[in-house]
Design a protein around this ligand. Structure first.
Ligand code: NGQ
Length: 457
């Protein structure tokens, strides 16, 4: 049992002062008492807020951040980026995948993400042959998260086709491909490996409606049910206009409408991107209880478009944020760009504000920590008894936060010029970042640099 005292903390019930936290050996908050002196508890060095879940990560893409920003021969798009991404993975070995993920996860913790939903489809070797252990690369990602100390929901991805209607995969996709039986074996290995973990679990991820047939989607949903009633199901949905048009040509329906009509979508589901969403689809999605997994900086980098946030949030839709391709590793920046996208689109300000006089930053932070926790299916996202001690101590010495209080801290961290608003980070009751430092940062960066030297050489 450990005891901590915060001069102020954002609890599930709101901002409170002089809060005493008791955290048990499993990393859960067992008691929480506002309005008491510190006594012999460890004093926290600033205001405390829940850590942000990153609900979508494709960790290997961290290694290609900045490598695709040169003009191409025929005009660039998501699809030309994807060709470069397929080329990048031709060189990646299991060690590289682990080194890049470890570096990324340390960067994420440092920035304020305390858990990550890792969307993993790079299953096979460079020739497309399965490793002797089909879960080899997935296991490397479990190891990376343990090494860095970030909580993780690992989502092995089911990927079988290039496009709607069961189109055969391309050679660029050869490392991704599994049938349901082989996929199930990977999932079983990973479930066994995480059974006793306090901060890692497994979810199911059909890559997209392009990459699986309706029959495979149904089998993946059944597999999720056999793992437990709360097993998360994530998929990419409606990220690009071409995907919408291909889906219309295949089925006569747009992807979101097709999914809602053909699967029982509920709170276990996380639809990643969901960028191209008509008003009626946004309202139906919101009512389903799903989490929309928004990745604003990545979607900006890839030229996806703007999520239809206003009707979705007005209908009670849940959201969380993901760093996806890791062109940016900063949850505060994701929230800033999310709101800025809406401002630029509608030529207005505070588009997503909850009400008159209410803090936009505080609102966005609360709903994305809650939605992120739902997508992770882990007991996080808020500070309350029974939830895990995954928290951030904010750094009041960052000039952007100076003299701010309560939700003003979050407005300043998101919309101000903060460089490093996070001082200390705890995951499952253990300090992983102290005074801005992660103990493995230097070793990890040395290894990462060696991998990048080889990849870029
Ligand atoms: C992915 N990424 O799975 O990594 C996708 C691109 C695809 C984003 N949509 C590949 N950000 O959808 O085929």
């Amino acid at each position: 049992m450990s005891r901590y005292h915060a001069s102020s903390a954002l609890l599930a019930t709101g901002w409170s002062e002089n809060v005493l936290f008791e955290v048990d050996d499993a990393g859960l908050i067992t008691a929480l008492t506002p309005g008491v002196p510190a006594g012999d508890a460890e004093t926290l060095g600033g205001p405390v807020v829940p850590g942000m879940p990153c609900l979508h990560s494709t960790s290997f893409q961290r290694g290609m951040a900045g490598l695709t920003e040169k003009g191409g021969p025929q005009g660039d798009s998501f699809w030309s980026w994807r060709k470069l991404m397929y080329r990048f993975i031709e060189q990646l070995q299991p060690d590289d995948i682990e080194v890049i993920a470890t570096q990324l996860y340390i960067e994420m913790l440092r920035a304020g993400y305390t858990s990550v939903a890792e969307f993993h489809y790079l299953h096979h070797d460079v020739s497309g042959a399965p490793y002797a252990n089909r879960a080899e690369t997935s296991g490397r990602l479990l190891a990376a998260a343990q090494h860095a100390g970030i909580a993780q929901t690992l989502l092995p991805v089911l990927y079988a086709h290039d496009n709607f209607g069961g189109t055969p995969p391309t050679s660029g996709q050869r490392r991704f491909i599994n049938g349901v039986a082989d996929y199930t074996r990977i999932v079983e290995v990973l479930v066994a490996a995480t059974r006793d973990s306090r901060a890692q679990r497994i979810g199911i991820a059909p890559h997209s409606l392009r990459a699986v047939t309706p029959a495979m989607l149904a089998e993946a949903i059944s597999l999720a049910a056999t793992l437990g009633a709360d097993t998360p199901i994530h998929l990419n949905l409606s990220a690009q206009l071409k995907e919408v048009n291909d889906c219309l040509a295949w089925s006569g329906q747009r992807p979101i409408a097709w999914l809602l009509d053909h699967a029982q979508v509920d709170g276990r589901w996380c639809v990643i991107h969901a960028t191209h969403t008509e008003i009626g689809e946004a309202e139906r999605l919101a009512r389903s209880g799903v989490v929309a997994g928004l990745c604003p900086t990545s979607e900006g980098d890839l030229g996806d478009g703007f999520f239809n946030a206003v009707p979705y949030l007005r209908s009670g839709g849940r959201i969380g944020v993901g760093a996806d391709s890791h062109v940016c590793v900063d949850p505060f920046m994701e929230l800033k760009l999310f709101e800025y996208g809406q401002r630029l689109r509608f030529e207005r300000r505070n588009v997503l504000a909850k009400g008159i006089g209410e803090s936009l930053g505080g609102h966005l932070y609360r709903i994305t920590t809650a939605g992120g926790a739902q997508a992770m299916a882990q007991p996080v996202g808020s500070l309350a008894v029974g939830l895990r001690a995954d928290w951030l101590v904010l750094d009041e010495d960052d000039p952007a936060l100076a003299e701010q209080r309560g939700d003003g801290l979050l407005d300043a961290a998101i919309f101000g010029p903060a460089r490093q608003p996070v001082r200390d980070v705890m995951v499952a009751g253990r300090w992983v970042v102290r005074e801005g430092q992660h103990p493995q940062a230097a070793t990890s960066f040395r290894r990462y640099r060696a991998v990048m030297k080889r990849l870029l050489g």
